[in-house]
Write a protein that binds this ligand. Structure first.
Ligand code: SAH
Ligand code: SF4
Ligand code: F3S
Length: 462
């Protein structure tokens, strides 16, 4: 018999793509202990909630989900235990609170300590975990970077892969918890990034998305031992054989330097789409947010990017109802959206977060005002998004199909501009980049027909 009993691990992931990446790494670090992934908490011997603290609603989900897990564990009639762990940004920000409010939790682990999970699982078991709430808490910011201690990631097995290159943030925007939950900025060395990229390409990836809370602030050790900037890393990665698409997210306007803008014109694999959050269209609010730039600065970047890479589409994040935001400030956000013409944008009602300076500002706006502004902004954004999608009708574009659609015979993929595209096609086109003629545009997706000389490949298998 296998010495290590097989155990089932269920991870639920909230929040950003860095959490998605981290969840995969946690699964990797627990695999040698005999944990293999399963699809539901009901089957699991261990459940990890990988949490997000960015807005109040995101954070509160943790506690409601924990309540459900406790019930699930208590209801088990076969006496099987369930180690309950909370990871991610809520664990980091509210570790002590979790132990207090949910004492049945076995492990609380902050984002910088995932390499210590095996030891924590062992400690939880020794402390009689599996049901009693062993209360093993690790929310330090260890001196050693976790990346040096995590096993190499297992093959993601998908054509589109994430690769974390940078973590943490030193910007301290006044509304944001990330500098507190993820700690100081850290850039992985280029050699480690390249090794991981080669491994991903070797296991079938053709698209890599570089991740970081402040990804374009990356300034790690280069292959020559000297400090490199992000543009240099992009150029080296962009030349890797087999890499067809390169993306990066999320960027800060302050770190869009000339060299990176130039790289958008040079590196063919770099997709013509950039997520560049601006948050507000008002200089006054940007200042209060400590974004460290004004609107002219942002407009100038956009202009230079578009000059270097014609056809580049932009997306952004907006916050409405920041403390003190006047009607005029809000109008400026709407004006900026109209002026730039985003392919997509995410907008959020300002959510005061504990421990952040903006939460203490006077003139917090009433919920009703925030809701109304969100509605107005989203109407304009949606119009633009549909408008952008419509411009693609009739064109032929390369689509990376990476999933089966809901309907039989339907494939789902991504355009160069990160639009979801669906088309009828043979599943053997999965994980390949295929030309598609766009026939219809919806607010959040495009529909098309596969264009290829290989007739059989275009036929859907019903
Ligand atoms: N590092 C990225 C943002 C990470 S958080 C950047 O600098 O742009 C993702 C988005 O969540 C932010 O762009 C912002 O729009 C939103 N957000 C962050 N804190 C928020 C808060 N307190 N209330 C509402 N939205 C918030
Ligand atoms: Fe948060 Fe600002 Fe850092 Fe982005 S740059 S993670 S919004 S503090
Ligand atoms: Fe949320 Fe943490 Fe990401 S707060 S958005 S999971 S960095």
């Amino acid at each position: 018999m296998n010495q290590r009993a097989r155990k089932k691990l269920f991870i639920r992931t909230y929040g950003c793509q860095m959490n998605v990446y981290d969840s995969a790494r946690m699964a990797d670090v627990l695999a040698p202990l005999g944990f293999e992934p399963c699809d539901t908490p009901q089957d699991a011997d261990m459940v990890i909630l990988n949490t997000c603290h960015i807005r109040e609603r995101a954070s509160e989900k943790t506690f409601s989900e924990l309540g459900r897990l406790r019930e699930e564990r208590q209801a088990r009639e076969d006496g099987r235990g369930m180690v309950i762990a909370v990871a991610g940004c809520v664990a980091q920000a509210e570790g002590a609170e979790i132990v207090r409010r949910a004492p049945f939790v076995d492990i609380v682990v902050g984002p910088q300590s995932y390499h210590r999970l095996p030891e924590m699982v062992a400690r939880a078991a020794r402390a009689g975990g599996r049901g009693n709430g062993a209360g093993v808490l690790d929310t330090e910011f260890p001196a050693e970077p976790k990346f040096d201690f995590l096993p190499p990631p297992s093959a993601q097995g998908s054509a589109s892969a994430f690769l974390s290159v940078q973590e943490g943030c030193d910007k301290f925007c006044t509304f944001c918890v990330v500098p507190y939950t993820r700690g100081a900025e850290y850039s992985r060395p280029a050699a480690a990034i390249l090794e991981e990229a080669r491994r991903l390409l070797g296991s079938g990836a053709v698209e890599i998305t570089l991740l970081g809370q402040n990804v374009n602030a990356w300034h790690g050790e280069g292959l020559d031992g000297k400090s490199w900037n992000f543009a240099r890393l992009i150029r080296v990665l962009g030349a890797l054989p087999g890499l067809q698409r390169l993306r990066y997210t999320t960027s800060h306007p302050r770190d869009m330097d000339d060299d990176l803008i130039a790289a958008h014109g040079e590196v063919e694999a770099l997709m013509p789409y950039l997520h560049l959050p601006v948050q507000s269209g008002s200089d006054r609010i940007l200042d209060a947010m400590n974004r460290q730039h004004g609107i002219d600065f942002y407009l100038d970047i956009v202009e230079r990017l578009r000059a270097r890479r014609p056809g580049l589409a932009l997306s952004s994040d907006f916050i409405v109802g920041f403390p003190g935001e006047s009607e005029k400030d809000f109008e400026a956000s709407i004006g900026l959206v109209r002026q730039i013409g985003f392919a997509a944008a995410f907008s959020f009602m300002y959510s005061p977060r504990p421990g952040t300076p903006a939460a203490l500002l006077e003139r917090q706006l009433p919920e009703a005002v925030k809701e109304e502004r969100l509605r107005l902004l989203q109407t304009v954004i949606t119009e633009q998004q549909i408008g952008f999608n419509r411009t693609r009708i009739g064109s032929v574009m390369p689509v990376l199909f990476d999933r089966q659609g809901r309907r039989p015979g339907q494939l789902l993929g991504k355009s160069p501009w990160l639009q979801s595209v669906h088309a009828e096609g043979n599943p053997r086109l999965l994980n390949r980049i295929v030309d598609v003629r766009i026939t219809a545009a919806l607010p959040n997706s495009l529909a098309g027909e596969i264009v290829t000389g290989d007739f059989a490949a275009t036929q859907a298998v019903a």
